[in-house]
Design a protein around this ligand. Sequence first.
Ligand code: NAD
Length: 392
Amino acid sequence: MKIWVIGAYGIVSTTAMVGAKAIAKEIAPRTGLVSELPPFRGIDKYAPLEFEFGGHEVRMLKNAFEAAEEHWELNRHFERDLLDAVKEDLEKIVANKGTALNCGTGIQGLGKIETLEDDGLTLKEIVNRITEDIKRFADDETVVINLASTEPLPNLSEEYHGTLEGFERMIDENKKEYASASMLYAYAALKLGLPYANFTPSPGSAIPALKELAEKMGVPHAGNDGKTGETLVKTTLAPMFAYRNMEVVGWMSYNILGDYDGKVLSARDNKESKVLSKDKVLEKMLGYSPYSITEIQYFPSLVDNKTAFDFIHFKGFLGRLMKFYFIWDAIDAIVAAPLILDIARFLLFAKKKGVKGVVKEMAFFFKSPMDTNVINTHEQFEVLKKWYSKLS
Ligand code: NAD
């Protein structure tokens, strides 16, 4: 199958590419891939573990190998042998120039960027260009995934985002201030009838206009924001307090990370959407809102080695306050990359089974899953297993 990646030269994207190619050559294990677990046996009939990649970027490097090597030099996040073994495969992946419309001040941290809007293109011309790029690459077995830097909160309006007709009018009238890059990519993918996933907190396909488009085109889509680290632990652990009828009084999460992602998120406008996405989970899961602090800070020397410190204050029998602490210390791209392959496979499976619109059953993979309040990881895993077993 094929994956079109928005943000093709990022660390999550290139790590997924290295992993996919190394697995195909049988030189890397399948550890970390949910779709390879026994409950999902048979998925390779619909979506084999073999991928071709293409994508959009705004850092116009030579190819995906150059990007992967740059990330590797900073992070050494896997054995160098693996990178050398897939060098030729990655050199063939050359991204097209994309749009960074209304992507906020954070992306200035990416260094030199080149975008379609800098060439003076209108909204309609931008949409046409990205659509043509995807169309040249795509076939019936293609999925589009957004792995670009996190955008600031969007300027949403009922008029332009509430209906498909309004969204298309926004494009025709060149109302650039209402559009954001992630929406335009999602629009192009869905309009082409391609399943779409949003691994970032940016809006992507999560606006009513694009949900309508997905229904109309009969395409499955899923998002938002990959659940890979601190939030994964939080949504796995918090149910424990609920099961034992203990009250979570306060929860502090302090995240530090480096790398491009950390740099972009250190900009206030870009950070805001990430904090919101992380913050909402406790309330949704526990049914009340404990006092909560969620902080994300840029810490350059950590590079992609994201560290999260969590402090939980909770009340037990006789009203006694007690404390729980944990530290999550993981390589962000290593926990995220396998999920990209999983999400692509489940979405292609969904398409082949005639599923259209938001695939709520894929909530397991996301921090802010669309159209569902099932946030508890244990429940989400059960839902995913049942859905797969019913359809397969
Ligand atoms: P990264 O900064 O390494 O990669 C992002 C890539 O997107 C960069 O190469 C950048 O040049 C490119 N880009 C930025 N804006 C673009 C645009 N408008 N169009 C095309 N390309 C664009 O970041 P990453 O660590 O690979 O993370 C990717 C995304 O996934 C981020 O939004 C991040 O918040 C999200 N995410 C990551 C994790 C994780 O790593 N564990 C978990 C959840 C969500």
